[in-house]
Design a binder for this molecule. Sequence first.
Ligand SMILES: [Fe+2]
Ligand SMILES: [Fe+2]
Length: 257
Amino acid sequence: MKIAHISDLHFGSLSRPATESLIRHFHDDKPDLVVASGDITQDATCTEFEEARAFFDLLPMPVFCIPGNHDLPGMDLERFYDPWGRYKRFIAQDLEPELRTDLVHLKGINTARRVLAHWNWANGSVSQRQCRDTRRAFAASTAPWRVFVMHHPVMNAREMPLQVALFNRNRLLRCLDDTRVDIVLAGHQHHAYIENRLTDGHTTLFLNASTTTSLRIRRQPNGFNMLNFGEKSVRIDRMELCGDVFKIVSAESHTKA
Ligand SMILES: [Fe+2]
Ligand SMILES: [Fe+2]
């Protein structure tokens, strides 16, 4: 099973050439599923969401999507009385989807908040309820691979281009350890990397994606991750935009213990 992990599309601050290359790539390569780990829009306007919806509709495979901090209206009253109304109207009713296949069990959560007890509301948070839901979801898991999707990264890259705070991070790490999640997909930093965490003989991979289609690149070009799942091992191809084509720039394989 092949899953493409895209992130931080930022419709409203979009690179048209990158987007066109991505659509071509997905039509040629045909992953079974696309996972989008938040920041679908730049300013959460209806026009941006409409464009994002049109983009998703062009893809020949299903999309598993969660929101990011940019998918909340900015300093707009709607942020407070109906923060996810636009996202739900155009992208998906479910902010925390779950998908089970024979091989992979995916669970997403929404870490963006309309208000945070911090000067920077772009940061994220994880609630007790979200950890409970995640534990419940994975307790019933029969698939060999457990994949968790969120916008704000849990692990910090060695050379981060953006400082991120995830409130209640340790609570989430305990939950991911206990449920023996195999892979965590995230974005937000516009920086691709893989970090490993080993707990009681189980390895969890924390996989971040660069911004796939936006002009808001930091140190890396536009990119995404392609995950090729087998029963016991997964190969992760890091894709980057080279000219007008997405190409593999590195590949890593991981085998389950
Ligand atoms: Fe972003
Ligand atoms: Fe973000």
